[in-house]
Design a protein. Structure first.
Length: 276
């Protein structure tokens, strides 16, 4: 029903981790079915913070039973990709709420035309069985322009670096995102910095959608342990509806709400009450 691309025009802003956090925030707080797509290589990007007990082996690397993007490519080439088999090649992260399409183990280069047609087919197919599709489109990904074009909404992941903010609001946003619905996300947000959300809005005369994920040491540690899934479930499944203002849980609740608004889904998909 709607595609959201997470994108950053700058390095080291945490685009992949923000995509993962956003997926869990949506799936755990709304009655929605989300597909999270790792557009990069298997084990990297989104997957780098997951699956701490799973290790790639030589058998997996040479297996003919591909999953993730490799399976999608094979089905696309054969003309057999459909809503009836897509989920067979995804990994469930939250039962009936959040699935992951893992990255590719195939490093072979494909033409831009092939990639474009495959992405369009994937999104068309996924939109028949998921409410929301989240794409990770970091700044250095060769397919990022394609993922931005296909998105219904773009989450621009930034930090509180004033030089980057000046470049984004002064040049990048008016040049590259004029035709898109945009939500600006400030990742690793420090409320003690002078670059607060209110100051960013006022300083750059920005009247659009803006939120923040507060910097949290425990979240960073969970990402490093590849234990992000358990950590995010514990944080979000607390009483986030009444979480302390400025806390990590409150930030995720606001982020999820604004993403749903940007995708025009909040009136359709209701918020889950605690314990639902």
């Amino acid at each position: 029903m709607s595609t959201i691309s997470f994108w950053s025009p700058f390095p080291a802003t945490g685009c992949s981790s923000s995509t993962l956090i956003g997926a869990y925030a949506l799936a755990l707080q709304y009655r929605t079915r989300v597909l999270l797509v790792n557009t990069g290589l298997a084990g990297e990007g989104i997957e780098a913070s997951l699956f701490k007990d799973e290790k790639l082996s030589s058998e997996v690397l040479f297996s003919f039973e591909e999953n993730g993007l490799d399976a999608v490519e094979r089905l696309f080439i054969s003309g057999n990709l459909s809503k009836h088999n897509l989920r067979d090649y995804t990994k469930p992260l939250l039962k009936d709420r959040l699935d992951l399409l893992t990255g590719s183990q195939n490093r072979a280069e494909r033409s831009a035309g092939f990639k474009g047609e495959m992405l369009k087919k994937l999104l068309h197919t996924a939109n028949q069985c998921y409410d929301l599709i989240l794409l990770d489109a970091p700044y250095d990904h060769v397919d990022t322009p394609l993922m931005l074009r296909e998105a219904d909404c773009v989450v621009a992941v930034l930090n509180q670096n004033m030089r980057n903010l000046e470049t984004f609001f002064g040049q990048i946003m008016p040049d590259q995102l004029r035709e898109k619905k945009v939500h600006v996300l400030i990742n690793k947000y420090d409320s003690q910095s002078r670059a607060t959300l209110s100051n960013i809005k006022r300083g750059f005369k920005y009247k659009g959608s803006l939120s923040a994920i507060p910097y949290t040491t425990s979240c960073l540690d969970a990402m490093n342990r590849r234990d992000a899934a358990r950590y995010l479930q514990l944080e979000i499944q607390g009483d986030s509806k009444h979480a302390r203002k400025g806390s990590f849980a409150a930030g995720l609740g606001e982020f999820a709400r604004l993403m749903m608004d940007g995708a025009e889904m909040r009136t359709v998909l209701k918020r889950l009450e605690r314990g639902a």
